[in-house]
Design a protein around this ligand. Structure first.
Ligand SMILES: [Zn+2]
Ligand SMILES: [Zn+2]
Length: 225
């Protein structure tokens, strides 16, 4: 028997008539329906075209500020709300290093990505320090068997925690990323993927780098915001 990866209750696979007649591969869920229900999807209707925030305006105040700053805005799509359940998931997965939890949202992410048109999928990288301490990039972990290319890397620089800065200084933070040598994004449509969208700062840096290197269009996706 398999237990829910989050609450440890026993998972029962309901055998429907069609499954008995057409057995096929059974997709065993990794968490129970009660746990899954705690993760709240973002609505696609009445949401900001820039960041997915659920509100009536087409472009929220924050995204309008980004548009003023860069001359474009990112078309970001968040999957789930960063609520208590998501916080607890991130705590276990990312900070306690429970790498086996990476598959929980695999199907949802895959399903969403198949509906997005892009040439290259680039995950947001973690710093060398994080890689050494955490041992994995939580973003590529979430992607499972979806193909991606790690074209963006971190520049070596002392990191100052985002939360310690006010909005103005966050806007002006220096570009933390660079493209791997010899990468040409000319005319390419890029899909950036990150685990959490907080202020947008990280994704905007990455997107800006892509545009500066010839990208035609940059979209992004995050598990939560
Ligand atoms: Zn559960
Ligand atoms: Zn927005």
């Amino acid at each position: 028997m398999v237990n829910c990866l989050l609450c440890n209750c026993r998972l029962t696979q309901k055998l429907t008539i069609s499954k008995i007649i057409f057995p096929g591969p059974l997709k065993q869920p990794l968490i129970c329906p009660e746990c899954f229900r705690k993760f709240i999807h973002y609505s696609l209707e009445e949401s900001c075209r820039g960041c997915g925030r659920e509100e009536r305006s087409e472009l929220c105040d924050d995204c309008q500020k980004w548009q003023q700053y860069y001359g474009w805005y990112l078309e970001h799509r968040p999957l789930f709300h960063y609520n208590q359940a998501m916080k607890e998931f991130m705590q276990k997965y990312k900070f306690q290093g429970q790498y086996h939890l990476r598959g929980i949202f695999k199907e949802t992410i895959k399903e969403t990505i198949t509906h997005i048109e892009y040439d290259i999928l680039i995950p947001i990288p973690v710093t060398e320090h994080t890689m050494l301490t955490r041992g994995f990039n939580q973003v590529t972990g979430l992607l499972g068997d979806i193909s991606y290319t790690e074209l963006i890397i971190h520049q070596n620089r002392q990191k100052v925690a985002q939360s310690k800065k006010d909005r103005q200084s966050r806007l002006q933070t220096k570009q933390p990323f660079l493209l791997k040598q010899g990468v040409n994004l000319k005319g390419k449509t890029v899909l950036l993927v990150d685990d959490i969208y907080t202020t947008g700062r990280t994704l905007y840096h990455a997107a800006n780098l892509c545009y500066e290197n010839g990208s035609k269009r940059v979209q992004s996706l995050s598990l939560a915001r």
